[in-house]
Write a protein of this length. Structure first.
Length: 160
């Protein structure tokens, strides 16, 4: 049942480049990262309205600021898949998908270093001139959080 509830966002045309090997001006790199981050966050937030029942207990919409938030005892697995004609090595893949990762974290209302979210990276070979990114968010039933607090409906933390 947990495997069936996956939020899947396919972003066609989003070209993930190796930022570590790209020789470009810092402003150009910053602009690309900022635009990718905002675009991914916007698309991911749009898909949260389609939550399946197991994920409904993990992500909620705050009544205070109307933003999506992650429950304090929730654990999610996020897989970011780059689709392109050529593969990148592991370091360049993680660096290239950093803005996408930040955008998904923004959409979830967490920091990308939050221990409740597990990040994984993958690649698929695409056709010539085919570039895309696939984001899969699923409830991680194997992990449990015991941080001593729960989140109520408004997102306030209260002791168990």
């Amino acid at each position: 049942m947990w495997e069936e509830s996956v939020i899947r966002v396919d972003i066609q045309g989003l070209r993930v480049v190796s930022t570590m090997n790209e020789r470009e001006h810092w402003r150009k790199r910053a602009k690309r990262s900022r635009e990718q981050r905002r675009f991914v966050a916007m698309l991911a937030c749009g898909r949260f309205g389609d939550l399946q029942p197991p994920l409904r207990g993990y992500i909620y919409r705050s009544q205070v600021d109307r933003r999506w938030k992650l429950m304090s005892d929730a654990s999610l697995s996020v897989t970011l898949t780059r689709i392109a004609p050529r593969a990148l090595d592991g370091d360049n893949l993680a660096a290239g998908l950093k803005a996408v990762r930040d955008g998904v974290a923004d959409a979830l209302g967490v920091n990308d270093a939050d221990p409740r979210v597990t990040w994984a990276y993958a690649q698929e070979r695409g056709k010539p001139r085919e570039y895309a990114v696939r984001i899969e968010i699923r409830a991680d039933a194997s992990r449990t959080q015991s941080d001593g607090v729960n989140a109520d409906v408004n997102g306030e933390r209260s002791p168990r």
